[in-house]
Design a protein around this ligand. Structure first.
Ligand code: NAI
Length: 330
């Protein structure tokens, strides 16, 4: 199949080419897919996209008019695709539902450890010959209460790792799972989890219903000095409200791998440029905030899995087989 791969980086090319083994005709385009760039996909039966390619109704219409029949997401989340509009244009959407929950879960716990023991600050200090421990005091994770919001594939692995540290695990998920319960996790209401957790970590998908589930009101329900981690999707959290909570001390540690306006910032080298997003820039001024640029998925194993599953999805579509990874239209 002729496939237009958008937001293509060198690593996408390397891993997709290896998985493809010349089966499909892959064309790599660096730009994000949007209304301006959609014309590049004209004549391509399949379009392959990533987390910040924006497929609203107008873009989908443009793609369908250009002959596209398949949208292959090389990610798990699909909040960036208007599923209703895709169905209207009889576009099939496939994704990579679970390429490596370990990659994201391990990065999540990495953020917790770095924030707690202030490794980002210690690294800089030692390199400048400053071996003072003032300000670096951490806490034992052992015995602390961790609240996991969303106990699917990633949340489950986070639970397993934190149980290994000796944390007490609380969970909130409309569909509790027994494996998580067997770790000793206790399912509570969201409000109870917010009120009882020392660490809160988000692992649910972003939907129109849960946008800003962590807003000013949710933040007020949390313990003073809470650690908040979001490696899921930026808009689960109202960044302005979290900045207020950082200023008041309600939130003492914030770890983010995602940001609600990340499509204008992440995945590019902007080190020589001025960042015009004042909310994002404010976040970077806090010593108790660590932001990574949507890299939680980025391990060799995960990227190999993404490439293999994406190529498999395209092959199945082309050969008319049933599509295990198809997203049903809502
Ligand atoms: P999953 O589908 O296995 O699990 C999601 C869980 O969230 C399910 O158990 C579901 O019942 C639950 N859930 C749905 N709505 C909820 C709500 N309002 N409150 C609480 N729980 C809710 O998904 P998986 O693989 O664990 O991924 C979770 C999210 O992680 C993805 O949706 C994606 O946004 C994000 N992600 C981030 C990556 C990164 O690199 N930072 C990479 C991969 C995924």
């Amino acid at each position: 199949m002729k496939v237009a791969v958008f937001s293509a980086k060198n690593y996408d090319r390397e891993f997709l080419d290896a998985a493809n083994a010349s089966r499909h005709e892959l064309h790599f385009f660096e730009p994000q897919l949007n209304l301006e760039t959609a014309t590049l996909a004209a004549g391509f039966g399949a379009v392959c996209i990533f987390v910040n390619d924006h497929l609203d109704a107008t873009v989908l219409e443009r793609l369908a008019d250009g002959g596209t029949r398949l949208i292959a997401l090389r990610c798990a989340g699909y909040n960036n695709v208007d599923l209703k509009a895709a169905a209207q244009h009889t576009l099939t959407i496939v994704r990579v539902p679970g390429y490596s929950p370990h990659a994201v879960a391990e990065h999540t716990v990495g953020l917790m450890l770095a924030l707690n023991r202030k490794l980002h600050r210690a690294y800089n200090r030692v390199r400048e010959g400053n071996f003072s421990l003032e300000g670096l005091l951490g806490f034992d994770l052992h015995g602390k209460t961790a609240g996991i919001i969303g106990t699917g594939k990633i949340g489950m692995v986070v639970g397993q790792i934190l149980a290994g540290f000796g944390c007490r695990i609380l969970a909130f998920d409309p569909f509790p799972n027994e494996t998580c319960r067997s770790l000793g996790a206790r399912y509570l209401s969201l409000d109870e989890l917010l009120a009882q957790s020392d660490i809160i970590t988000l692992h649910c998908p972003l939907t129109p219903e849960n946008k800003y589930m962590i807003d000013a009101s949710a933040l007020r329900k949390m313990r003073d000095g809470v650690m908040l981690i979001n490696t899921s999707r930026g808009a689960l959290l109202n960044t302005v409200a979290v900045i207020d909570a950082l200023k008041s001390g309600r939130v003492s540690y914030l770890g983010l791998d995602v940001y609600e306006e990340e499509e204008h910032i992440f995945f590019e080298d902007r080190s020589g440029l001025i960042i015009s997003d004042d909310v994002f820039s404010r976040l970077l001024t806090f010593p108790n905030v660590i932001v990574t640029g949507h890299q939680a998925f980025f391990t060799r194993e995960a990227v190999e899995n993404i490439a293999a599953t994406t190529i498999g999805n395209i092959t199945s579509f082309e050969s008319g087989q049933s599509l295990a990874n198809q997203i049903a239209s809502s």
